[in-house]
Design a protein around this ligand. Structure first.
Ligand code: SAM
Length: 241
């Protein structure tokens, strides 16, 4: 009888993560694909206590559990259509890592970067995130290679690394990058890695002819177009707060 099981009415967020991803479009589908994407987790009381993190720097990688807060109100269905299967074929929700799932809980392994405390505010920096800016974090645990790494594991319909596309910058975009970014080389690497994942929706990727898109990364709006199987960054402007 599931009624006999007790669960907290609501999960208590430990804190919020800030990431360069200001919208869902173009966020990589899994962690580690865009290693340049840094997330900063800021904690709420009573978790905003450096003692809660004592020893964490001994681990190169961490598991983070979080709430898919932006899709929670969409509910879930028993089957989903993973983008990896072209968006047409259905698999069970529990055979997928879809955001549309009961309880809306996400799980990502990320790289530990640093832990700091400044004026009483603890900040945990991690790398390789696939989380939207402002995502509530509900738990953090060390990644244990002896237990968690399985070199012979089989990855089903998502066994291979997703294919990537070539990315180039127009001369205008390179100039704008120099003009608008505090660290142009770092931002260029981030943009390249994000676009190499080919964020076009599957149905668009199958259409021919150039198509124009824009993505927000940090405080920049990046205009790009796809030409056959490559991507060109055509212009960059500061628009996002
Ligand atoms: N690695 C996690 C997992 O397996 O649970 C996430 C996988 S999910 C397929 C990754 C996608 O979740 C991203 O591409 C992004 O579109 C979406 N996403 C990230 N943060 C989100 C949030 N807070 N609310 C809703 N969707 C989010």
């Amino acid at each position: 009888d599931p009624g006999l099981l007790t669960l907290p009415d609501a999960l208590q967020p430990l804190g919020i993560i800030h990431t360069p991803y200001k919208q869902k479009f173009a966020i990589p589908r899994q962690p580690g694909l865009v290693k340049e994407a840094v997330g900063e987790i800021y904690f709420f009381a009573p978790f905003n206590d450096i003692n809660c993190f004592r020893g964490i720097e001994q681990f190169s990688h961490l598991w983070i559990l979080f709430q898919f807060h932006q899709t929670l109100n969409k509910g879930w269905k028993p089957t989903v259509r993973p983008p990896r299967l072209g968006g047409n074929q259905r698999v069970g929700v529990f055979a997928s890592r879809s955001t549309h799932r009961p309880n809306g809980i996400g799980l990502s392994v990320v790289e530990f970067e640093s832990l700091s405390s400044h004026q009483g505010q603890v900040c945990l920096k991690v790398k390789g995130v696939d989380l939207l800016d402002g995502t509530p974090i509900i738990d953090i645990k060390p990644y244990l290679p002896y237990a968690d790494a399985h070199p012979n594991a089989v990855g089903g319909f998502a066994s291979d690394l997703p294919s990537s596309v070539a990315v180039r910058f127009s001369p205008a975009a390179l100039t704008q990058l120099q003009q608008f970014s505090d660290d142009p080389q770092k931002m260029k690497n981030l943009i390249e890695s994000v676009l190499q994942q080919d964020p076009r929706p599957a149905y668009k990727a199958s259409q021919s002819g150039p198509q124009a898109f824009a993505i927000c990364l940090d405080n920049l709006n990046i205009h790009w177009q796809s030409v056959e199987n490559s991507i060109e960054v055509t212009g960059i402007e500061v628009i996002c707060a």
